[in-house]
Design a protein around this ligand. Sequence first.
Ligand SMILES: Cc1cc2nc3c(=O)[nH]c(=O)nc-3n(C[C@H](O)[C@H](O)[C@H](O)COP(=O)(O)O)c2cc1C
Length: 185
Amino acid sequence: MIIEAINKRKSWLAFSERNIEPEKLEAIFEAARLAPSSMNIQPWRFVYANHNEPEFQLILDTLAEGNKRWARDAATLVLSIAQTEYMHNDKLYKNAYAWHDTGMANILLMVQAAELGIESHPMGGFDHLKASQNFNLPKEYESVLTIALGYRGDENSLPEDSLKRQNAPRKRKPIEEVAFKRSIK
Ligand SMILES: Cc1cc2nc3c(=O)[nH]c(=O)nc-3n(C[C@H](O)[C@H](O)[C@H](O)COP(=O)(O)O)c2cc1C
């Protein structure tokens, strides 16, 4: 059941450097590739790097200090990117759903990872401009999110506050506060 993978996904903090098998990484990106998108534009792009590759450092360098502390142990770092403009009949249009659709691809990616026993952690805390520069993104491509991926690591290596956060029960609004029949009150 997909709800099991959705429940399993949690923003993880203690990562092991164990490599993610290439076929699992492929399955993770395949899930993202299958996301729906406005006019089927498929605005998402992913730049990813495994721990031992130089581009790993290029993504890591963009992260906020608090994220660097644990994301440096991830097996793979992903930079999720949205193409914000598209061509139609030789005219250039702004895609108002570019970030939204990239977000949908991101969650499929993370849920598929969870299904495969791979932890993930989305991070908005990074220098978007630096990420665009590090990967020479053309101006119609915007960096949206960074995602740490990897197998579970040793929790004892985490600082106490991170360990507490990781083991805290999931906090969500009750369903009555988010799903309504008429108005949203
Ligand atoms: C767009 C976005 C940006 C986020 N940025 C960060 C971040 O910079 N650092 C961090 O530790 N967690 C970050 N998170 C993780 C959230 O804090 C987390 O998803 C939320 O607390 C719910 O917890 P859960 O993912 O474990 O269910 C981000 C999540 C999203 C979706």
